[in-house]
Design a protein around this ligand. Structure first.
Ligand SMILES: NC(=O)C1=CN([C@@H]2O[C@H](COP(=O)(O)OP(=O)(O)OC[C@H]3O[C@@H](n4cnc5c(N)ncnc54)[C@H](OP(=O)(O)O)[C@@H]3O)[C@@H](O)[C@H]2O)C=CC1
Ligand SMILES: O=C(O)[C@@H]1CCC=N1
Length: 275
């Protein structure tokens, strides 16, 4: 892993999160390169992480053992076909983090036989607390799967799936998931302000509480449901609040929201796979 050269195609939010986590894990800045058309993104990445950047995708991909495709799904066809000369059977590993776009379509654009791992990471990778689902196509060697896993494990938890369709469920739960929790923190912050706290105080309390609850849920042998019960005194304040959330349909809403996210991943796959 320490000797792997990793080339990112696209230097936006997800790439930045992965790069930050990899650097924090001790990967040498010389082993990471980014291609992005935006001069501002390139300058910011070099300033923050000391990595080299280019505007030329092929120049970056040609020097990399692992090429991370981190552009928007809608751009993946164009970007992948542009790298076809550097792909193919027995060639370097491609690692796509794009939501929805199927491995078979990416392989067709890069060239049949290309070793490809599809990953669904999330932005907490930046602070090495990411969660990533992985799926490898039939062309990947054991060594390449290990390389993909080592990159993502450096920035958090990894989980292989045996059916590619499960990546869409992972997208809905943990890929998009940080946004759900950030939205809940925003809501709690706003609620705290309404209840008379200073905005900054309310934010700090909301964020620290989310962190504490997540840390506890991760470290405790007990399930989140048990931890919830321990906060909820019979006839107390939490019980009253949870009744309101349940009456408002919280669980149905979460089911509907994640189903919508998964459906969107499928729509993207169908739409973009036509190319
Ligand atoms: N953000 C997230 O939480 C997650 C994102 N993903 C996936 O990661 C991928 C990237 O998402 P995200 O980082 O959020 O998106 P961003 O738009 O932040 O990043 C994409 C980057 O690619 C650049 N770019 C545009 N065209 C090209 C090109 N032809 N060649 C190289 N780079 C190009 C963009 O530049 P410009 O802005 O100038 O267009 C931008 O800097 C998506 O496929 C998404 O599904 C997966 C999991 C989580
Ligand atoms: O919103 C999106 O489509 C991407 C994929 C998962 C998180 N962000």
């Amino acid at each position: 892993m320490q000797d792997l050269t990793i080339g990112f195609i696209g230097g936006g939010n997800m790439a930045r999160s992965l790069i930050g986590g990899l650097i924090a894990d001790g990967v040498a800045a010389e082993n990471i390169m980014v291609a992005d058309p935006d001069e501002g993104h390139c300058r910011a990445l070099t300033a923050e992480f000391g990595i080299a950047t280019r505007h030329d995708n092929a120049a970056v991909a040609s020097t990399a053992d692992v090429v991370v495709l981190a552009v928007k799904p809608q751009l993946l066809h164009e970007v992948a076909t542009g790298l076809a000369e550097l792909a193919g059977p027995g060639n370097r590993l491609f690692l796509s983090v794009a939501a929805g776009v199927r491995a078979a379509d990416i392989e067709r654009w890069l060239g049949e036989g290309t070793p490809l791992v599809r990953a669904m990471p999330n932005t907490p990778a930046l602070v090495q607390s990411g969660a990533t689902g992985l799926f490898g196509n039939a062309n990947t060697t054991e060594q390449q799967r290990e390389a993909a896993e080592a990159i993502l494990r450096a920035v958090g938890l990894t989980l292989w799936v045996d059916e590619e369709a499960k990546l869409d469920a992972i997208t809905a739960i943990s890929g998009s998931g940080p946004a759900y929790f950030f939205a809940f923190m925003e809501a709690l912050e706003g609620a705290g302000e309404k209840l008379g706290l200073e905005r900054e105080q309310a934010r700090l309390l909301a964020v620290q509480t989310a962190f504490g609850a997540a840390k506890m849920a991760l470290e405790s042998p007990d399930e989140p449901g048990t931890l919830r019960e321990r906060v909820t005194s019979p006839g107390g304040t939490t019980e009253r609040a949870l009744e309101v959330l349940e009456a408002g349909g919280m669980r149905d809403l979460v089911n509907d929201a994640t189903a919508a996210a998964r459906e969107r991943a499928g729509e993207l796959a169908d739409l973009l796979g036509e190319n």
